[in-house]
Design a protein around this ligand. Structure first.
Ligand code: NAD
Length: 417
């Protein structure tokens, strides 16, 4: 009888764990080998998370054509979905015609939350505000590069609820994502807050909602390069649907996250944190699109994006050497610069998706890549791949069995020649 109750699994070596999983799931030797084949090294992987049995690979693609604030970037993107890298590059190419992307950043301020349970929330709020300077001083009383670099706790606010207050520490985390730093700041000041309020502190953790840490990007998409007036108007109409319809808005924003998450993963950032922040930011406005479009006096399409961007160029998963290489390719020096780049990628991605949707339809590009991957997976090689892809697209049947059938046909014809 198989059981997942594996006492002490975490104490085992990667090899030992793999042996157990191999038996449990009846893995072949080849499958085990593949799990063990690691670019970053199993030791490194084992130090990153718990119960490691291997590493998992995804493709790294490079999005080209990005001109952001006058600087050229090659953008590493890690993603499994076809068309994303091509679409981002295409969007950036069109943005380039009118000078590329210009960006803004509102600063690396994040919020740490301290929940205080109390029967007298207004009295607790009063005491916290009265001791504000002392709390901030205690929050920053730590040996940390963040504080040395001018970051740390800058301000605090208090929110009152029934039977509790929540203290918000406004913390400048400089070039880090900041979660660990903020959590330890919250833990450090909690006993003092308990003492002055007479309440009981429960949660002490960052908030992933960070509407004060925004990366904003703008690009002018030349009317002619976009495809003419009709396409520009089509994009505006598509955007208007996203503004009024949550079903469309969710997909609109997902398209943005295609680009955003791919860069987050490539650069070793916590993509769940940014995704959660982006959805919270959208929800804050009534679940609205994260991009906005207007037409300027020349008839060009002007796109804007506003994203909460809790990213870092230090800490977190930057221990992953592949993330460090991607950061090197990207050539960003600060969390601010990375945030500006990611916002630009999100805008390029969204613009390219909308343009494709209102013109030839996004499906063709997708289906072509899908057909290609099917052709490869049934064993097509060299020019067989093109032949299989072409016929599947022409016949409108894209499946594994169709790919196999066409490949056999292609081979039988070349053998009979
Ligand atoms: P971290 O703990 O590695 O801290 C960053 C470190 O870099 C600090 O020690 C800081 O002193 C140092 N540093 C050096 N130069 C710096 C500079 N110029 N600017 C800023 N710091 C500098 O990382 P973190 O950013 O505090 O935490 C991120 C990690 O926390 C991620 O792995 C994330 O997944 C995880 N996390 C997330 C959540 C959440 O999102 N809710 C909760 C817990 C943990």
């Amino acid at each position: 009888m198989k059981t997942s109750r594996l006492s002490g699994f975490y104490k085992l070596s990667v090899e030992e764990r793999l042996k157990i999983v191999k038996e449990f799931a009846d893995l072949s030797d080849e499958e085990v080998e593949l799990l063990k084949t690691s670019k970053i090294g199993l030791d490194k992987a084992n130090a990153m998370i718990e119960n490691v049995i291997g590493t998992f690979e995804l493709p790294i693609g490079i999005a080209t054509n990005f001109l952001i604030d006058g600087k050229d970037y090659l953008i590493p993107m890690v993603i499994e979905e076809p068309s994303v890298v091509a679409a981002a590059s295409h969007g950036a190419k069109i943005a380039r015609v009118k000078g590329g992307f210009s960006t803004l950043y509102t600063g690396s301020i994040m919020i740490g939350q301290i929940q205080v349970l109390t029967k007298n929330p207004h009295s607790a709020k009063f005491e916290v505000l009265k001791h504000k300077d002392e709390i901030i001083e205690k929050a920053n009383d730590v040996e940390s590069s963040i504080v040395k670099l001018g970051g740390g706790c800058k301000d605090l606010t208090v929110r009152v609820f029934d039977n509790m207050i929540v203290v918000h520490l406004l913390i400048d985390v400089r070039d880090a994502m900041g979660a660990n730093f903020i959590n330890s700041v919250c833990e450090r000041v909690a006993p003092f807050i308990e003492r002055i309020t007479g309440g009981k502190v429960l949660l002490r953790i960052l908030s992933n909602h960070c509407p004060q840490r925004l990366a904003i990007a703008k690009a002018v998409f030349d009317k002619k390069a976009v495809g003419g007036e009709e396409v520009v108007e089509g994009i505006i109409k598509a955007y208007e649907l996203a503004k009024v319809d949550i079903y469309r808005c969710a997909t609109h924003n997902k398209g943005i996250m295609n680009g955003v998450c791919a860069v987050l993963v490539a650069t070793g950032n916590d993509f769940r944190a940014v995704e959660s922040a982006c959805y919270a930011y959208s929800a804050m406005q009534g679940f609205k699109p994260l991009t906005h479009y207007e037409i300027n006096e020349d008839g060009d399409l002007v796109g804007y994006i506003e994203l909460p961007m809790s990213v870092g160029v230090v800490g977190g998963a930057k221990a992953n050497p592949l993330a460090r290489i991607c950061l090197k390719i990207l050539g960003v020096k600060s969390a601010e610069e990375l945030a500006r780049v990611i916002a630009s990628v999100g805008l390029a991605q969204n613009f390219a998706a909308l343009r494709a949707l209102v013109t030839e339809g996004i499906q063709r590009g997708h289906m072509e890549l899908h057909a290609r991957s099917l052709a490869l997976s049934v064993g097509a090689r060299g020019d067989e791949v093109e032949k299989v892809v072409e016929r599947m697209l022409k016949e409108g049947k894209i499946s594994m069995s169709k790919a196999k059938e066409i490949l056999e046909d292609v081979r039988s014809h070349s053998n009979s020649r």
